[in-house]
Design a binder for this molecule. Structure first.
Ligand code: G1P
Length: 297
């Protein structure tokens, strides 16, 4: 029997400089899509996939993130007193069990691989998930849940994958496909941020991973890679040809790159349009401005 994946690492140590000046005082992961912080989407997805232990790799200046996951008795009492049950339910859905969350600091910004390695002692010798909260995925079945189901067949290491326009491949980890089985592909090689002419394909790694503990051992020995950083992609690639092997998983869903302003805005619109309380107003507004744009042409 394969071991269940019950632990997930959330690397959230980045400075979020693309969102300055907001990120001077607000961690990027707390910025809201509609009315929920980015990180809440990641937590909900992890929970749906059966994750029980949530490990955040943080850095200085992220205390708002830790506060966010605390219970808030004053607020809860006030809402109870006023009989605002709906809002109480919203709050309760964000509460985490005592001891379910751990925070580890990444003391130096040495890259994603290093951030994951910082959590090694909390993982031990079992498979684990990694979720990059910047990648928000709207899907009927949450992406990590889809992967857990696919992983039950493959084992090894699994990365979420998506076709991107070839000229964009150099912004991602890119897969060299050995065998394409539809939603699952087996992988011959992985390159982090390849030069345009060196990309092995346009199948890009998206920020969801299910990894074997051997990847943590690989990270022990990892040297700096693309961008002078210790890359998770390289540590996963080091498992290719080993007992574990590496698979890509083409998920069903729409991915938004909330690490970029335009991706963040698109996600905001998409998530707002999916909400019964906002859809009508927002779509009327969007129709209006599109018409105004056309009229001006
Ligand atoms: C990270 C990974 C990269 C992956 C990307 C997905 O890069 O290193 O392999 O394709 O996330 O969003 P980053 O975007 O943090 O530079």
């Amino acid at each position: 029997m394969r071991k269940k994946v019950t632990k997930a690492i959330f690397p959230v140590a980045g400075l979020g400089t693309r969102f300055l000046p907001a990120t001077k005082s607000v961690p990027k992961e707390i910025m809201t899509l509609v009315d929920r912080p980015l990180v809440q989407y990641a937590i909900d997805e992890a929970r749906a996939a059966g994750i029980k232990e949530f490990i955040f790799v943080t850095s200085r200046g992220k205390s708002a993130l830790e506060d966010y996951f605390d219970h808030s008795p004053i607020l809860e009492n006030e809402l109870r007193r006023k009989g605002k049950k709906d809002l109480l339910d919203v709050l309760k859905s964000t509460n985490m069990d005592s001891g379910a969350i751990a925070y580890i600091r990444q003391h130096k910004a040495l890259g994603l691989g290093h951030a994951v390695w910082c959590a090694r002692r909390l993982i031990g010798n079992e498979p684990f998930a990694v979720i990059l909260p910047d990648d928000v995925i709207a899907a009927e079945t949450p992406c990590l849940q889809q992967m857990v189901e696919a992983y039950a067949e493959t084992g090894g290491n699994m990365v979420a994958a998506m076709e991107v326009p070839p000229e964009r491949a150099s912004a991602y980890g890119v897969l060299d496909v050995k065998e394409d089985m539809g939603s699952i592909v087996s992988v011959n090689g992985m390159v982090e941020k390849p030069k345009k002419e060196e990309a092995p394909s346009n199948l890009a790694v998206i920020g969801r991973y299910i990894l074997a503990p051997s990847v943590l051992n690989n990270l022990n020995k990892m040297k700096t890679g693309a961008g002078g950083e210790i890359q998770l992609t390289d540590a996963i690639a080091a498992d290719i040809g080993s007992e574990s092997g590496v698979y890509g998983y083409r998920f069903r869903g729409q991915r938004f790159d909330c690490g970029s302003k335009s991706g963040f805005l698109q996600a905001t619109v998409a998530f707002a349009l999916a909400r019964d309380d906002l859809r009508d107003d927002l779509s009327a507004y969007l129709r209006d401005i599109v018409q105004m744009d056309k009229a001006a042409e």
